[in-house]
Design a binder for this molecule. Sequence first.
Ligand SMILES: C[S@@+](CC[C@H](N)C(=O)[O-])C[C@H]1O[C@@H](n2cnc3c(N)ncnc32)[C@H](O)[C@@H]1O
Length: 217
Amino acid sequence: MRNAFLLRLLAPVSAVIARQLAQPRGWFGRTVMTRVLNRGNRDLIEATLEGVALGHDSQLLDVGFGGGLLLELAHGRGARELAGVDPSEDAVTRLRRRPEWLPGSRLRLEIGAVESLPLPDTSFDVVASTNTVYFWPDLGRAFRELHRVLRPGGLLTIGFSGAEKLRSFGAITRHGFRFHENGAIVEAASSAGFAGVRVIGLHGRVTEGDYVLRASR
Ligand SMILES: C[S@@+](CC[C@H](N)C(=O)[O-])C[C@H]1O[C@@H](n2cnc3c(N)ncnc32)[C@H](O)[C@@H]1O
């Protein structure tokens, strides 16, 4: 009874947080949410890049980069040809305003969404994405686009919280999150033409209930 009352009281705040997670916006999105994302999602982002071979010439794309931590970590591991796409104009503008952010790299940042990537065919060796599948309107279309922009032999690596974990954060995730089951995600990736699709469960303190999908084109 008391919990139900509290949840009702917090409902407007949860809806605002959910909207900011789905797409950081405005002053709050730019200055607070992007930092919260970089800090809170670090372990999953690191796991998503773990073991991925990155060299100076590797062309890496992060879809839905939010605060940009994955691009920063890839840069720290030597990648210099980097690109990011995010539908949040504020997330894109924030990083475009920092030309010295990833020194010595060629960085392309575009406003766009996974279902229609504003990028040419077969242009990346690695395509990564973390914590975005819950916002993809159409899994099939998303994986076809990811497949299109990867080079033959390129690697897809996607980090996400499983449906069960998302449900446990229902106060927030009931506002617009999509609860894709792992089977549906694997099926969509395979149908889009990806090979060797596999899902690895994570078991860290923060990442319990999270997964990394790996596949190659
Ligand atoms: C929860 S944040 C995750 C940000 C970052 N990848 C991370 O793990 O910290 C979700 C991000 O996905 C982006 N996003 C939302 N819908 C998307 C879509 N259809 N395609 C690509 N990115 C999307 C949002 O703008 C936001 O930056």
